[in-house]
Design a protein around this ligand. Structure first.
Ligand code: SF4
Length: 62
């Protein structure tokens, strides 16, 4: 499983980090979230929820 954030779309709302902090981190300097551990998606079970709640649909899970 791989998870990506489209940086062009991300508005830095922080929702993904709030829902799934093992995988996503909001970089406040750039105002975008980044994926810190894509492998963690396999076992933490919150990536889908983070993707569903992203207001701009910037999170892709493959
Ligand atoms: S939920 Fe979406 S818009 Fe918000 S910080 Fe995460 S990737 Fe960016």
């Amino acid at each position: 499983m791989n998870v990506r954030i489209d940086e062009e779309l991300c508005i830095g709302c922080g929702s993904c980090q709030e829902i799934c902090p093992a995988v996503f981190h909001l970089n406040e300097e750039i105002g975008k979230s980044v994926v810190i551990d894509p492998e963690a998606c396999e076992f933490v079970g919150c990536c889908e929820a983070a993707a569903e709640n992203c207001p701009v649909e910037a999170i892709t899970i493959e």
